[in-house]
Design a protein around this ligand. Structure first.
Ligand SMILES: NC(=O)c1ccc[n+]([C@@H]2O[C@H](COP(=O)([O-])OP(=O)(O)OC[C@H]3O[C@@H](n4cnc5c(N)ncnc54)[C@H](O)[C@@H]3O)[C@@H](O)[C@H]2O)c1
Length: 338
């Protein structure tokens, strides 16, 4: 994949990206799986993401995730993603993002892609991929979702498109109307049963697969009795679970170098418990079979690696280019003076 030799820059729209992903989520799973394995084999350069928070403090933040992925990928770039929680009440998405892909031979940017769809897709793909490997099948008697926003919606798109056999959904959101709307959308699709609850203990009691996609900043699920039924918890929002739940579970993350930062639940647990002995392994370990369910509750908490955005962005860009769904700005880069 090379940059435009005529000095042009290619742009790819969010709706075109979503069109390419829809119907191809099995391919997305494959891309994400290969990216994890390349990263585990040492084929990724992945500095810590940079969090920029306004001063004086507000709930808003910007994050830069840069990286380079070698192996079959040969791609570099950066995701620049903003999170403004108040956007949701105003009818906008909380997050907005761009993804820049760079040519690894010249360094030139190849393309700028709308980044939030790719970001949500890679997050959902990593969760559903790991759930499938740990469960050994695409089946869950009941799925519980806490925080019925954008990422949860993308998780459900994966579960539906990949043909998961799901008995029903239990939904909870601080804003009950958001959970109700989510329920309505699920029932318009292929879901046959979905209910809204305000009691998180109820949700944990009746669901074997639980997706946490809130915007909580500090742990609020503190009672280990929540895990009595030994669920598989996809802890995508990273800061919901207290140390007492983590200490009785099998814990899986994507990369400990990244995950034990920024006040995530695993970092809080490490501070409280004194070490990281509660960590069972990584998603790559699950993919290679080194880690499997061991009878305890399982918590999967992927910090979110920038190289996943690059891998999926590269795949999406290729699809969009093949379909002519890209726009090139000619002469974007200035002519050489030398
Ligand atoms: N791990 C990763 O790789 C990764 C990637 C992307 C996003 N995320 C995280 O996923 C989370 C969800 O993102 P999103 O884009 O879907 O956000 P969103 O704003 O679209 O949805 C979040 C929902 O959670 C609800 N909520 C907040 N706190 C709650 C609580 N304590 N209990 C119940 N509901 C609550 C909100 O009302 C909202 O409806 C965020 O924390 C985000 O940072 C993680």
């Amino acid at each position: 994949m090379t940059a435009d030799s005529g000095g042009g820059l290619t742009l790819v729209r969010g709706n075109d990206i979503l069109s390419q992903i829809t119907g191809h989520r099995a391919d997305c799973l494959d891309v994400i799986s290969r990216a994890y394995l390349t990263h585990a084999d040492g084929g990724a350069a992945l500095p810590h993401s940079v969090f920029v928070r306004p001063d004086p403090p507000r709930p808003d933040r910007f994050i830069a995730l840069a990286g380079h992925l070698a192996g079959d990928f040969g791609i570099a770039g950066i995701k620049w993603i903003a999170s403004f929680p108040d956007n949701v009440a105003a009818g906008r998405e909380r997050t907005s993002a761009v993804l820049v892909l760079n040519d690894t031979r010249t360094g030139y940017p190849i393309a700028v892609l709308e980044g939030s769809v790719i970001s949500a897709t890679r997050t959902a793909a990593s969760a559903v991929l790991t759930a499938e490997k740990l469960a050994g099948r695409r089946k869950a008697a009941r799925v519980g979702i806490v925080g019925t926003g954008l990422i949860a919606a993308h998780v459900c798109l994966f579960l539906t498109e990949l043909g998961w056999d799901i008995g029903g959904y239990t939904l909870l959101d601080t804003y009950r109307d958001r959970a109700q709307q989510f329920r309505a959308r699920l029932l318009e699709g292929r879901a046959t049963a979905a209910r809204v609850t305000t009691d998180v203990a109820d949700l944990f009691d009746e669901c074997g697969l639980i997706v946490l996609t809130t915007t909580a900043n500090t742990p609020y699920l503190l009672d280990p009795a929540l895990l009595t039924n030994c669920p598989l918890v996809l802890h995508l929002s990273l800061r919901d679970l207290g140390p007492n739940l983590i200490s009785v579970s099998q814990n899986i993350t994507d990369d400990p170098e990244h995950a034990f930062r920024e006040n995530t639940s695993v970092q809080v647990a490490e501070r409280t418990l004194g070490d990281r002995a509660f960590l069972s392994g990584t998603i790559a370990d699950v993919l290679t079979g080194r880690v499997a369910r061991d009878g305890r509750p399982a918590i999967v908490a992927p910090f979110g690696l920038g190289v996943l955005d690059l891998a999926l962005g590269q795949w999406v860009y290729q699809q969009c280019q093949d379909q002519g769904a890209v726009t090139t700005v000619p002469g974007f880069f200035s002519d050489p003076l030398r």
